[in-house]
Design a binder for this molecule. Structure first.
Ligand SMILES: C[S@@+](CC[C@H](N)C(=O)[O-])C[C@H]1O[C@@H](n2cnc3c(N)ncnc32)[C@H](O)[C@@H]1O
Length: 210
């Protein structure tokens, strides 16, 4: 463990999230409960307000959330007027994806046009949506990449047998999927603003802090 590591916990394992979303999916089917809102409604509102101010919906942005869970943030974007066919959520837990799709189907028109897919972002990239431009190696390029609690979860995973922390690959991979001039917006409870700035805005990623 290096001095900058957080102590590993079950929240850094896929088994944990599979367990969480399997239960949330059953609850949704049984009683219509959409599940937990991480960091509460305020965090959703804050991220939507930022998006509305900086990347208005009439610019038709391509938006992806990494670790989209039950999809709450993306449904809120769609309700704020963002075109749902340009919105995508990916999560490595299959039941999270099933849950967000089921919630989309149960909501008013448009929500079911949001794309949700299974993707372990530390090894794969989200598939580009219809009409979206991609880089030469077919990685979709996004105007806005969102993270609400996902880097926090990744940072709680254990180092591998070679001593590498899985999350170290995350910041450069985020940079890889941003179109030039695109934004990465993150909400975190495990890192300070300064820590996030150091981890994401550096020579390796080429990202600038705003
Ligand atoms: C704290 S939850 C937040 C979920 C969602 N962003 C929200 O605000 O409700 C963290 C999410 O990250 C997902 N996650 C963790 N590591 C991931 C990875 N390597 N690739 C994709 N998703 C991941 C988990 O399955 C979980 O849905």
């Amino acid at each position: 463990m290096s001095s900058s590591d957080l102590p590993s916990s079950k929240l850094g394992t896929k088994e944990h999230w599979d367990h969480v979303y399997s239960a949330e999916l059953s609850n949704f089917k049984e009683i219509g409960d959409e599940g937990e809102i991480w960091f509460g409604e305020d965090s959703v509102e804050k991220m939507i307000d930022w998006a509305v101010e900086n990347i208005p919906s009439d610019t038709n942005p391509w938006i992806v959330e990494i670790g989209s869970g039950n999809g709450t943030l993306l449904f809120a974007l769609q309700e704020a007027g963002y075109p749902p066919r340009r919105i995508c959520g990916v999560d490595y837990s299959q039941d999270a994806v099933k849950l967000s799709r089921a919630i989309g189907e149960s909501r008013e028109e448009g929500a079911s046009d949001i794309t949700f897919g299974v993707c372990d972002f530390l090894t794969d990239y989200p598939a580009p949506l219809d009409g979206q431009s991609s880089s030469s190696d077919r990685v979709g390029l996004w105007d806005l990449v969102l993270d609400k609690g996902t880097f926090d979860a990744m940072a709680l995973s254990e180092r591998d047998e070679n001593g590498n922390a899985p999350w170290e690959a995350y910041p450069p991979r985020i940079a890889q999927i941003l179109r030039p001039g695109g934004y990465f917006l993150i909400t975190s409870c495990n890192f300070t603003e300064d820590e996030l700035r150091t981890k994401f805005s550096n020579a390796e990623t080429g990202l600038e802090y705003q």
